[in-house]
Design a protein around this ligand. Structure first.
Ligand SMILES: Cc1cc2nc3c(=O)[nH]c(=O)nc-3n(C[C@H](O)[C@H](O)[C@H](O)COP(=O)(O)OP(=O)(O)OC[C@H]3O[C@@H](n4cnc5c(N)ncnc54)[C@H](O)[C@@H]3O)c2cc1C
Length: 509
């Protein structure tokens, strides 16, 4: 499609990641003509998809763009991927639901994680739909924190490989409850997944990962009702004279600036870029940025407190190919000796030597290979709390600045300590950890929080901007709290809920 065919749309979706593509899928049979605008192109299927050097050392799929760290003034390369499908093109495909308690006000060690304007039960039917759409494999009854479900998982869990099975049994003997991590990979009968080592953090060369392009956008495009314009960067939103309706999206398409109009506009650029788009859209009527009468656009930026943990057993080789198959939530809401939430411990995709050398350049390669062949690798993830001073701003040139100071870190330190103790007791004498910094923003959320009150939130509970009658946002920016769980399933479930609302109320379709 070219910029000359850009009229007569009922809705424009900006951004084709988890939120945007899922919403496009939900509207595919609504009768509406929908245009998806994406700044990136299709991610090519090529040998480099599975090359550790290309992906981790040369960062082939990351943009050259740099964001500024407001604390140091330095520039960093953010963890974003500007392609059709967004960050899901490289994600780890873990698709857990949030816990019931995550939707309620929850006392943490350093403060209260606020209640959401919707409950777990409001989202439950959409979780079930999202699990079907994204082919989620999982099992019920193992996770002590799991919320009630209206239906079983659509597919059985991804089986553990022998090394992981043994480790899960050792950890269970120590009193915790490793559970099958809900995963979106195509292990259906005849499915394309080969359970390789290059899933988490890599694009899938055989398109067997349940990313937003494969599972949602492609079927939507096939209907002929949904159209896609790639390499189209949304620069600003233009409003009418009253300042209460978005009239058009100003895009930069292959060097030309074009305005595109539709009665309904949905933003889904990721939590940082959606806030940046609204801030760049400031006018006389909206001097602090669009949808910003609350002053909260860009604020309450959250990313989780994250630590990568590598446990090495000197004589036990780990030949696992697909390692990301269990997680532990025993400390999620607290423990006997610490009554505050700590978070989630989750297996990572299998670490390979080149991934280590991307961060440990001084260590000789043979040593890295030795470590990688004997390690088992985890992601330790804790909730960070919304703080209005943690925020995204844009400078005069539209460049992104991130103001970020981690909080609730005592809980994270406790969780890391608990994970370390468990792995020591399971027989691993060497354990290395790496705390993630500002550039690890894969779970970015919170910059346009939803809520009932227009003075304390940017979006209403159906993700419509309080200030604008025809503007919706369906990426991770609507989260009022980050929880300590992977965000993609909740983003897609809410996108389906918003779709339902748009269709039911006749806004679109
Ligand atoms: C390495 C990695 C591993 C991860 N693993 C997991 C996991 O296992 N489970 C999980 O739940 N989550 C995981 N995540 C996070 C998950 O991918 C994100 O939470 C999810 O993709 C966010 O969805 P979104 O719709 O908010 O944004 P995105 O999916 O990032 O989509 C945003 C889209 O908007 C486009 N865009 C941005 N700005 C503009 C603009 N101005 N104009 C036009 N287009 C624009 C982008 O190119 C992109 O396509 C991972 C992320 C990474 C990076």
């Amino acid at each position: 499609m070219s910029a000359s065919d850009l009229d007569d749309f009922d809705a424009i979706i900006i951004g084709s990641g988890a939120g945007g593509s899922t919403l496009a899928y939900g509207l595919r049979d609504s009768g509406a003509r929908v245009l998806v605008i994406e700044r990136g192109d299709f991610l090519p299927q090529e040998a480099e998809n599975w090359s550790v050097e290309a992906v981790f050392e040369h960062k082939r799929y990351k943009p050259a763009e740099k964001w500024q760290d407001a604390r140091t003034g330095g520039w960093f390369q953010p963890g974003v991927h500007y392609f059709v499908g967004g960050n899901t093109k490289v994600f780890g495909a873990a698709f857990p639901r949030f816990r019931r308690e995550d939707f309620e006000a929850l006392q943490h060690y350093e403060g209260v994680s606020p209640a959401w304007p919707i409950s777990y039960d409001d989202l439950e039917p959409y979780y079930a739909q999202a699990e079907r759409l994204y082919r989620v494999h999982g099992s019920v009854g193992q996770d002590p924190t799991e919320p009630a479900r209206s239906s079983p998982y659509p597919y059985p869990p991804v089986p553990h490989e022998p090394y992981v099975e043994t480790l899960a049994a050792s950890l269970a003997a120590l009193g915790v409850h490793p559970f099958d991590l809900p995963m979106g990979i195509d292990l259906r009968t005849g499915g394309a997944c080969i359970r390789c080592k290059t899933c988490d953090g890599f694009p899938c060369r055989v398109q067997a990962k349940s990313d937003a392009e494969v599972c949602a956008l492609r079927p939507a495009l096939q209907t002929g009702q949904v159209h896609l314009l790639t390499r189209a960067f949304a620069r600003r939103l233009l409003t009418d004279t009253t300042g209460t309706r978005v009239l058009a999206v100003e895009i930069d398409h292959r060097g030309a600036v074009v305005n595109i109009q539709a009665p309904t506009i949905i933003i889904s650029c990721g939590a940082v870029n959606s806030a940046a788009l609204l801030l760049r859209s400031a006018t006389e009527k909206h001097p602090a940025g669009l949808a910003n009468s609350s002053g909260l656009v860009g604020r309450n930026y959250m990313v989780h407190n994250n630590t990568a943990m590598t446990a090495v057993h000197p004589v036990r080789r780990n030949d696992t190919m697909f390692q990301k198959t269990f997680a532990i939530n025993d400390f999620y809401l607290g423990s006997d000796d610490w009554p505050h939430p700590m978070g989630n411990i989750q297996l990572l995709g299998k670490l390979q030597a080149g991934m280590l050398s991307a961060s440990g350049r001084m260590v000789p390669r043979p040593l890295l290979q030795w470590i990688a062949s004997r390690s088992v690798d985890f992601w330790i993830m804790s909730e960070d709390l919304p703080n209005p001073d943690n925020r995204v701003t844009v400078d005069g040139k539209g460049r992104i600045k991130v103001h970020w100071r981690p909080n609730n870190t005592a809980a994270h330190i406790r969780l890391v300590r608990n994970a370390r103790r468990l792995l020591r007791n399971a027989g691993y004498p060497f354990i290395a950890t790496q705390r993630m910094g500002i550039e690890t923003n894969s779970h970015q959320c919170g910059t346009l929080r939803f809520g009932h009150d227009p003075t304390t939130s940017v979006l209403d509970p159906y993700c419509r901007a309080h200030d604008l009658e025809n503007l919706f946002v369906v990426d991770g920016s609507f989260f009022p709290s980050s929880t300590a769980t992977n965000p993609a399933l909740t983003i897609t479930a809410q996108a389906l809920r918003v779709t339902d609302h748009l269709r039911r109320t006749g806004v679109v379709g």
